[in-house]
Design a protein. Structure first.
Length: 128
């Protein structure tokens, strides 16, 4: 799957979409494919203050349990409650309905430490 335009990526395979002063966070297609069938997602609570790169939750699949990191810091303003009933939505729509949480950005400059699509593609290629 190609990376959608307009997203930034962390080295831990999370994506970030900036919408004004809010960032939408999810995991990449590569990450969901590596994990396999996702059976449980633990997300940060609304109102939580997150620091960039902090472990903020867990994604559990039939193969592994992986920490979820936040690509930028900020206050959680929404979590994807649809994942409670259907965590496999992350597998089916990693860049769409399978988003994880939204946060009000604390420091827009933190984006500069993230990867663009071509750099992220190179990171994935190097991991194969």
């Amino acid at each position: 799957m190609t990376q959608p335009d307009g997203l930034l990526y962390s080295k831990e395979h999370e994506w970030l979409k900036i919408e004004g002063d809010v960032g939408v966070v999810g995991i990449t297609d590569y990450a969901q494919d590596s994990l396999g069938d996702i059976v449980y997602v633990e997300l940060p609570r609304v109102g939580a203050q997150l620091k960039q790169s902090a472990s903020v939750g867990v994604i559990e699949s039939v193969k592994a349990v992986s920490d979820l990191f936040t690509p930028v810091g900020g206050e959680v303003v929404e979590v994807n409650t649809a994942l409670d009933a259907d965590p496999a939505l992350v597998n089916r729509e990693p860049f769409g309905g399978g988003w994880l949480f939204k946060l009000k950005l604390a420091d827009a400059a933190e984006r500069s430490s993230l990867l663009g699509p071509s750099d992220y593609g190179a990171l994935v290629a190097a991991e194969h």
